[in-house]
Design a protein. Structure first.
Length: 557
């Protein structure tokens, strides 16, 4: 069987579904009617609204070219616009159908005719199943559309109209007062012309509901291009003010997103290039190496990123607080070193051991997005830290891979030494350095939590290591609150951990009696509010007996 050639066609039944082309919201209607008036060459658009009980009577009136015949209004897909305009804006001839399903009155007159026409379309006449009667009308040239909305208030409609008119190129008046207008790209730090449209570059991250595209007053949100710098520097995003750019299409009929064609891909590339151009005007930047390469591929020759990094801060075990961030550090190629990411129980003793060492103030966090920059790749790396522990003739080596030999108890050491390497990848050299230390933590399973079980402490007693110092180190290295639904609150877990850490630190450094005294002081401090003012409360506990005495405080002169 042979078939004859065929072509695409629109079924007559399609007209019965026109009431579902648009959402029919007041926002859609307002935008579509303003667009139609603008395309008609109007120099002014007048909108009136009047509240009548639960109904809002609305009228759009313009002084544009008018509509020559009423049939063009109700012929779906027939715009009647000049070919140049239809091509430039992809005019679809569907705008009036945003009102489908409503009763409207529309009248229009062209400038070369003595009379215009007028018709009322009933709510059930949009599907083509009912005749619509047309009469002559002696109106001024232009188009007028009247309809009623039963959901909106006068205030709400005014807000909708003001938003639609803000970036419309044609002046819009509401109840005889002109609505404010502004250039869509106001506030841009850089603007470029692109294929008849304009791209603007803005600082700051793009809020997900912020309009980024202006189609002659109709604004939509689309992700065009976003680029961020490091270390608290600016973020950038692009916005587009559409002019006459044939081929750049929005999905019909609502025009709320782009058609993903080749020209849209070119637009995204142009937006990214515009951002890099804006950055190139700055004295310095902090782009990642990958972004820097993309800029060069787009023809934007940028210098390497400013040589700054975050100062190194030891990681803490508590994930709720995240990794602490140090201040921004200016890199000194002769002194600065990059520090690997060490586990908290390794990092905390390292920070204590080198806190007065010359290297400490020049240690920087690694920043892998900078890998590839020549200045970054030349910096030495602080790596392979290990603590050598001398405890009465027994020697231990404790590092990132654990302790050798294994140590499963707390020990007082006669000496602890931190050894680390500085590795220069560029010169393929490595040097070892040694620094005295007084604390090293051993955690066989890198265990963190709200208790101090299964960890071991090697320490050197001295006046410089106080129980408070050791307790703080334990908190940084091991405390991590449980987020289990049956667990205590973060504050309760933290308070318990701090008390246990203080008791353990005091017992190791000052003995059992001092630890007991610390425990009692912690417990009594929690009930201090019970002690009456002006009284002395003495508590004596011996064996199983407890004596409590209360006396008045001696008067002071």
């Amino acid at each position: 069987m042979q078939y004859t050639p065929i072509r695409t066609a629109v079924s007559p039944e399609t007209i019965t579904k026109v009431t579902r082309l648009f959402n029919g919201t007041l926002e859609d209607i307002t935008n579509e009617l303003l667009q139609n008036s603008r395309r008609a060459g109007s120099t002014i658009i007048r909108v009136t609204a009047r509240q009548d009980g639960d109904q809002l009577a609305i009228c759009f009136n313009d002084n544009g070219s008018g509509i020559s015949h009423p049939s063009k209004v109700l012929t779906l897909g027939t715009s009647g616009w000049a070919p140049e305009l239809s091509q430039a804006e992809d005019a679809a001839g569907m705008g009036v159908f945003s009102l489908s399903g409503r009763e409207i009155t529309i009248s229009s007159r062209t400038r070369n005719k003595g009379l215009g026409w007028k018709m009322t379309i009933d709510a059930d006449a949009w599907t083509g199943e009912k005749d619509i009667h047309v009469t002559s009308d002696n109106m001024m040239p232009g188009t007028s559309i009247d309809f009623v909305d039963t959901d909106a208030t006068l205030d709400r409609f005014q807000r909708i109209l003001a938003a639609a008119a803000k970036h419309c190129p044609t002046p819009v008046y509401f109840n005889k007062e002109e609505l404010p207008r502004a250039d869509f790209l106001d506030g841009a730090i850089h603007i470029v012309e692109w294929n008849g449209s304009r791209i603007g570059v803005f600082t700051g991250s793009r809020y997900h509901q912020t309009p980024t595209v202006n189609f002659h007053g109709l604004t939509i949100t689309a992700r065009l291009a976003e680029i961020a710098e490091s270390f608290g520097r600016a973020e950038y995003h692009a916005r587009l003010d559409i002019g006459s750019t044939p081929g750049l299409q929005l999905v019909l009929p609502a025009r709320k997103e782009f058609v993903q064609n080749d020209l849209f891909a070119d637009l995204v590339t142009a937006c990214r290039k515009a951002i890099y151009e804006a950055i190139s005007k700055k004295p310095s930047h902090r782009l990642s190496f990958a972004s820097w390469k993309r800029a060069r591929d787009l023809g934007i020759d940028l210098p390497e990123a400013e040589p700054v990094l975050y100062a190194w801060m030891p990681a803490t075990a508590d994930n709720d607080n995240g990794h602490p961030t140090g201040e921004v550090l200016s890199v000194d190629p002769q002194k600065t070193s990059i520090v690997d990411n060490f586990e908290p129980h390794i990092a905390a003793p390292i920070a204590r051991a080198i806190h007065q060492h010359q290297i400490r103030e020049n240690m920087a966090e690694q920043h892998t997005p900078y890998e590839g920059y020549s200045w970054y790749d030349r910096l030495p790396k602080f790596c392979n830290p290990r603590f050598y522990i001398d405890a009465s003739g027994s020697n231990y080596a404790n590092g990132e891979n654990g302790c050798c030999p294994a140590l499963d108890t707390h020990i007082e050491a006669t000496g602890i030494e931190l050894r680390y390497n500085l590795t220069h990848a560029a010169s393929e050299t490595e040097r070892e350095f040694r620094v005295p230390a007084d604390v090293s933590f051993i955690s066989p399973d890198d265990r963190w939590g709200d208790d101090l079980d299964n960890i071991s402490i090697a320490y050197v007693c001295s006046d410089s290591l106080t129980p408070e110092d050791l307790a703080d180190l334990l908190e940084e290295a091991f405390f991590c609150a449980s987020d289990d639904c049956e667990a205590d609150s973060w504050d309760t877990q933290h308070d318990r951990f701090v008390r246990d850490a203080r008791e353990l630190a005091t017992r190791l450094l000052h003995g059992e009696n001092a630890a007991i005294r610390t425990q009692f002081a912690d417990h009594l401090d929690r009930i201090r509010w019970m002690f009456p003012k002006g009284k002395i409360v003495s508590i004596r506990i011996a064996d199983e007996k407890m004596e409590v005495s209360v006396s008045d405080c001696p008067e002071t002169a």
